[in-house]
Design a protein around this ligand. Sequence first.
Ligand code: NAP
Length: 351
Amino acid sequence: MLLHFSPTKPLFSPPNPRRNSPAFLVSPPRSLRIRAIDAAQIFDYETQLKSEYRRSSALKIAVLGFGNFGQFLSKTLIRHGHDLITHSRSDYSDAASSIGARFFDNPHDLCEQHPDVVLLCTSILSTESVLRSFPFQRLRRSTLFVDVLSVKEFPRTLFLKYLPKEFDILCTHPMFGPESGKHSWSGLPFVYDKVRIGDEASRNERCEKFLRVFENEGCRMVEMSCEEHDKHAAGSQFVTHTMGRVLEKFGVESSPINTKGYETLLDLVENTSSDSFELYYGLFMYNQNALEQLERLDMAFESIKKELFGRLHQVYRKQMFGGEAPSSKKTEQKMLNDGGVVPMKEISSSS
Ligand code: NAP
């Protein structure tokens, strides 16, 4: 249907006292108005209701530290309908807007947005300096403070020291990263410790709502004290990172005859090498159990070497003495936890 348009007159002019309003000037004639609007209205209404419900149940989350891991987490938090605001030492405004988050150069401006949750994603090493200079006074008194640091006792102690006592505290460690959680978080461990959550139902609900993101992604939710976490993590995560870094230095490379085991080593290097050295150093420096694990690794390596060289030594002796072993020697040994042994010193049987 053709509509004739005269530039001197408004397009349509039915009698109406509000005819001068600009919206009215473009409203269609009665014959062109939608009459059977029920279906469209219901659909629209439902969509509106849905998005209103989403908005009302969404958390406003302020991500502090928008580096590698901060960005990785933010994408999923946004996908779950939460409102993301962020601040970092470097300017990440483009990266933030590309995933639908808002970036604030200044932490004061970020806090004035009154987020429900502040999610600390800065490096382990910078934690204390970040907390010391953070303008907590601009946040709401009941804010929930969450961290994702790969060590747990250290931030817990700092939170209890620096955060206002009205704040809720949730210490967490998503035990995966941009590499290992690239395709899915399903089955990956998420450790958390509700260090201090107020009694009010709304505070509990807020904490649960935050945890639900990880639950709904299929993470294996593990509630555990920060202390316990650090014990386990030193023996597993720190050792994994150390082996990854040792192998990287060693220079493992793909070959045309890779075995499955070797492929696992290559994967390990790939998984660990993308993490910053600062992160690895933090795992060592701020987990009091890490040094012991490093020493055990060293002992285990020495033990394997000694076992190999010990056999080689016997072969040489056989060749030199024609199979006659000279005086047998007793060996004092120190057990490793896994049943391995470290020869400490040789004691001659004659002595
Ligand atoms: P990272 O090297 O541990 O931390 C980088 C982040 O820390 C960046 O946001 C950086 O900000 C910020 N930062 C560094 N020094 C700072 C300082 N002096 N002042 C203020 N901010 C500073 O690497 P990451 O992988 O992104 O890890 C972030 C946190 O997540 C760490 O605590 C880590 O333990 C934890 N985490 C990481 C993984 C992982 O797989 N990567 C997994 C679980 C938990 P700018 O970029 O703005 O400089």
